[in-house]
Design a protein around this ligand. Structure first.
Ligand code: ATP
Ligand code: MN
Length: 479
């Protein structure tokens, strides 16, 4: 058996009692031909391995370079050096894989930039920053399943290939096996999708919501957690072409119940990360301070990363209506000084600058906006009594903008049909969806949380490309 070793995270917490252990990992640094900092990814901390003089010959010593992989067996002893309680006094050192320091992209004199690491995303897991980000990402994913499991939700795997183009959540990626050159055509010149793999036009899903609704009207409470795809050509720090979304859907929930759950959910995730990823968050908090040093004072975060998270935990989210939001914007000095780029008036879709003003300048905490104009929201959202707004709710987070989009769904068959017609949704193709309004329809609600935006919020990473292992964005599909 080869994998007889102890992970560094565990070793760092044991007593230096001389016990013999084996460690495997990658060299972070090698000082004075004596001290090897080894990392195995279980924590951002390295284990100091001490090589006594004469243990290794010169040729072996030369091969201990940053990035090389090692197997070390030795004794856990108290460390004399600063910075660690224990260290490993090596008895044997075996080099598992060499790493040419001339060619190793992470062997740099200066600290590599995030941009450089993005171009070397295949190796960036090995850095402290990305080690921390992806351990937190993992932890949050686990917390999400735990949150719903503990509440009795059923995890539904909604399809990734979808034939419904009714959702309207964004531009879609087409899925096809038709040839580009000899595309089969109908008499009128349009593409004959009957010849395509599924016998109809198909695409990658933009949301699992419609299918989740089917689940909710049987299991009561369900959620999806999977990849979604949007071919939106927006090169921002918060849009990806491939991102992960969590979409809970609950029967017998009205919009208030929906908001309560979403707020509880977000706080649970944050609390989980604070409880289980303290060290990683501290490292990321420090990183954020370093990053913001380049900014003028007034552009820096008022609170440190962990203080920000604690602030969110300890305060309830502000809840306002869309109409109130518009009034706040119109009455702001920002507006009077013509500092908004986009127009502000009732009926507009809130732009990122508006969302950020509300959260970062006005309320200084997460805000839930409800009651959006029907015309700018999807067909399935429940019409309010006023006949012009719908029971939508978006959650806006400081530094991110929209993190959750949700609504109470229109459960009244006739109203839904009316809205579908008004919004040119193909009713014929949506009979399966309408069936749950025909057969025991119930009030129900749900929302979608963008997983990467949540990871951004918790880790303080500014660019969404830095919280997903391999980002897919316009003109970029590496690795
Ligand atoms: P935005 O206005 O920011 O583009 P949206 O209104 O298109 O968002 P929804 O369709 O409501 O968003 O999707 C639900 C959630 O999914 C959003 O609140 C956000 O957290 C996340 N999300 C949406 N689009 C993207 C994207 N392209 N990349 C990453 N996350 C996204
Ligand atoms: Mn969008």
């Amino acid at each position: 058996m080869f994998n007889k070793r102890t992970k560094i995270k565990e070793l760092l917490s044991i007593e230096p009692d001389g016990r013999e252990v084996t460690v495997m990992g990658w060299v972070r640094s090698f000082r004075n031909n004596q001290f090897i900092a080894v990392n195995d990814g279980s924590t951002h901390q390295n284990l100091q391995v001490v090589v006594s003089l004469g243990l290794l010959n010169d040729e072996t010593l030369k091969r201990i370079t940053a990035g090389a992989s090692l197997k070390v067996t030795g004794e856990m002893v108290a460390s004399l050096g600063k910075g660690q309680k224990v260290e490993l006094k090596a008895n044997t050192v075996e080099i598992l894989g060499d790493c040419d320091p001339e060619k190793y992209p992470l062997q740099l004199k200066n600290r590599p930039t995030l941009e450089y690491l993005r171009e070397n995303a295949h190796l960036r897991f090995r850095t402290n920053t990305f080690g921390a980000v992806f351990r937190v990402r993992h932890s949050i994913a686990y917390a999400i399943h735990k949150f719903f499991n503990d509440k009795g939700f059923v995890y539904i795997h909604t399809p990734i290939i979808s034939a419904s183009d009714a959702e309207g959540a964004g531009e879609m990626f087409r899925v096809t096996t038709l040839p580009f050159d000899k595309t089969p055509r109908n008499d009128d010149g349009s593409v004959n999708f009957k010849e395509d793999f599924f016998g109809k036009s198909t695409n990658l899903t933009v949301s699992g919501q419609l299918e989740a609704e089917l689940g909710a009207t049987a299991f009561s409470d369900v959620y999806t957690f999977g990849p979604t795809f949007r071919a939106e050509n927006s090169n921002t720090t918060r849009h990806l072409a491939e991102f992960w979304m969590i979409e809970p859907e609950m029967a017998f929930y009205d919009i208030e119940d929906n908001m309560d759950l979403a707020e509880e959910f977000i706080k649970y995730i944050i609390q989980y990360a604070i409880d289980h990823n303290r060290e990683d968050l501290e490292l990321l908090a420090q990183r954020l301070i370093e990053e913001e040093k380049q900014l003028p004072q007034d552009k820096r975060s008022e609170l440190g990363l962990i203080e920000k998270l604690e602030f969110v935990l300890n305060n309830s989210f502000e809840r306002i209506t869309y109409t109130e939001a518009i009034d706040i914007l119109l009455n702001s000095n920002h507006y009077k000084k013509k500092k908004f780029q986009y127009e502000v008036k009732w009926g507009i879709d809130l732009q990122s600058e508006h969302e950020r003003y509300l959260v970062e300048k006005h309320f200084k905490k997460p805000v839930i906006v409800t009651g959006y104009p029907a015309a700018i929201k999807a067909f399935y959202m429940r019409m309010n009594e006023d006949g012009k707004t719908v029971a939508a709710m978006d959650i806006l987070a400081p530094g991110i903008g929209e993190i959750v989009g949700g609504s109470q769904r229109e459960e009244r068959y006739n109203k839904l049909i009316e809205r579908m017609a008004a919004m040119h949704v193909p009713v014929e193709e949506m009979q399966w969806y309408l069936d749950i309004r025909r057969f025991g329809s119930v009030p129900h609600s749900g929302f979608g949380l963008g997983f990467e935006r949540m990871v951004q919020f918790v880790t303080g990473m500014t660019n969404i490309r830095d919280v997903i292992p391999f980002a897919r964005t316009p003109k970029n599909c590496e690795f």
